[in-house]
Design a protein around this ligand. Structure first.
Ligand code: FES
Length: 154
């Protein structure tokens, strides 16, 4: 369930649209900010709230990589491996993330600190190769620079 404060946010968003289905993306984002991920119970809850089927909500959650449908580590590392980043060495970044965290894309580190995902273009091609950790982008990476960044995370 959403907190009373977040429920108000969703209702405010919903009031801007003639069809409450249009409020699904921001509602999912609000739910994810609250819980850190989106459970099947939350998908059903939001579906009921907005008059959208559970199947539709699940389809949206699983389509967009920005939505997370299982518990994750404290830090979510998204490594872009699309064309520009690939040409600039994203494969080395994936290897460096694995070396530093012990996790490959799709895995969470044994200490629960890092969840690693491989993602499509994040619109920062000019800074390739890049990663995102939460809402922060780190660009023009090397294995050494990546290790320095990860070492600063508590
Ligand atoms: S290809 Fe990596 S940010 Fe665009």
């Amino acid at each position: 369930m959403l907190s009373p404060e977040n429920l108000k946010k969703v209702e405010a968003v919903r009031s801007h649209y003639p069809d409450s289905k249009a409020a699904l993306l921001p509602a999912l984002w609000i739910a994810q900010e609250q819980e850190g991920w989106i459970s099947t119970d939350m998908m059903r809850y939001l579906g009921d709230l907005l008059g959208v089927t559970y199947a539709h909500v699940m389809g949206v959650v699983t389509f967009y990589t920005m939505f997370i449908d299982k518990p994750q580590g404290k830090y979510h590392i998204e490594v872009c491996t699309n064309v520009s980043c690939l040409l600039r060495g994203s494969d080395k970044i994936v290897d460096a993330v694995h070396k530093c965290t012990g996790a490959k894309p799709g895995q969470t580190s044994a200490d629960g600190k890092f969840t690693v995902s491989e993602v499509e273009c994040m619109g920062a091609c000019g800074g390739a190769p890049m990663i995102a950790i939460g809402e922060e982008y780190y660009e023009r990476l090397s294995a050494e620079k990546l290790e320095e960044i990860l070492n600063t995370l508590a």
